[in-house]
Design a protein around this ligand. Structure first.
Ligand SMILES: [Zn+2]
Ligand SMILES: [Zn+2]
Length: 359
């Protein structure tokens, strides 16, 4: 069989090794790329423009080259028995990367880039995605703001005439901070991991409750170390904002101090040192909402006057439900149990949260 002569553009011919059976022609007439390489400078310009809208230090490039282009190169190489040479796809990627490195002065990082651009050489489409930001921080909040976004009870989140959004209209830290962070870093999605929770009525005092948030696909990668937001019920404050290197592998356990308002108040005089000692030396067992029995500790109990009200300050393990530790519902021993009277927790505030090992 006689060798077939292939017509290739200058660039495509240089990737092959058999010069005698290759005729160099204009790019449009090239057997492999059929003029596709002419679009490369324009594609590179568009990528640089797009990247200009993002804050990043490192990038990587993903390529889509039409299958028929790659198949024509494969066919040529199999007929001419050419092996081990660079493919058109990796050449385009290499060209684009070199051009981006020189024009943006940012570094290529294939493993863990801040920004990834996907280039479709066939359709000319560009898609930029960025690495999530993982932040740890603390929040304080006034009474009347829930921690999580609550779904509309009428439609369970689908959206109805009552709510429109699918959400309960009361303010939540999740929604307010999600929006704020979204504005700061140019993202539309924030996913929160809470280190414990409290009630809507609970005040969370400084230094606040720790949390972790993943901000997806951010355009910017800098967040102030503290900021305040209005909630409609008072200010909430976010402090100790830290950028984490990656998604935390574990959620830290914690100990917290709470101020509990209990009724009937007059029975708290029974809460003497011997009873407190008994509780703080005992393992408290409770059934969590997954039906699992969990063992926790209470470290201190102190009766305090707060204005005209009496309150009890308790330091206890994270996870132990405060209201149920007072009332005794699936918790033993509870304060009601040791005092021999049914107590009710009207409200509890969060005074302090200690993380075992910060993320
Ligand atoms: Zn070509
Ligand atoms: Zn609804």
């Amino acid at each position: 069989m006689e060798d077939r002569e292939f017509s290739l553009c200058n660039v495509c011919s240089k990737r092959q090794s058999e010069e005698n059976v290759i005729r160099v022609v204009s790019t449009r007439q090239c057997f492999i790329c059929r003029g596709m390489l002419l679009r490369l400078p324009n594609v590179e310009r568009r990528i640089v423009n797009l990247m200009g809208r993002y804050e990043f230090e490192t990038f990587s490039v993903g390529m889509v080259v039409p299958a028929e282009v790659q198949e024509r190169e494969d066919q040529l190489r199999s007929e001419l028995k050419i092996r081990g040479m660079e493919t058109i796809k990796s050449q385009i990627a290499r060209d684009i990367i070199a051009s981006l490195e020189s024009k943006t002065r940012k570094k290529l990082d294939r493993k863990n880039p801040d920004l990834t651009v996907l280039v479709d050489m066939g359709q000319g489409g560009l898609l930029v995605t960025t690495k999530s930001l993982f932040l740890s921080a603390r929040y304080t909040k006034p009474s009347g703001v829930s921690q999580k976004i609550e779904l509309c009870q009428n439609c369970s989140g689908r959206g109805c005439d009552k709510c429109r959004s699918g959400r309960h209209d009361r303010p939540s830290i999740e929604e307010i901070l999600g929006k704020k962070l979204g504005n700061v870093v140019g993202s539309s999605k924030a996913k929160f991991t809470w280190i414990g929770s409290e009630d809507e009525e609970s005040v969370v005092y400084p230094p606040g409750r720790p949390f972790i948030v993943e901000v997806k696909n951010p355009r910017r990668r800098h967040v102030p170390s503290r900021f305040r937001v209005t909630t409609g019920k008072g200010m909430a404050e976010v402090t100790a904002v830290r950028l984490l290197k990656e998604r935390p592998a574990t959620i830290p356990s914690f100990v917290f101090k709470t101020r509990v308002f209990i009724e009937p108040v007059e029975r708290l005089d029974r809460l003497d040192t011997s009873i407190i000692r008994r509780i703080t030396r005992t393992t408290i067992r409770y059934r969590n909402n997954k039906g699992k029995d969990v063992a926790k500790r209470v470290y201190s109990i102190r009766v305090k006057k707060v204005g005209k009200l009496a309150a009890v300050e308790i330091k206890l393990d994270g996870g132990l439900p405060v209201k149920r530790f007072i009332s005794g519902e699936s918790v033993s021993p509870s304060l009601s149990e040791v005092l021999g009277i049914q107590l009710e927790c009207k409200k509890f505030d969060i005074l302090r949260v200690w993380e075992s090992v910060p993320p």
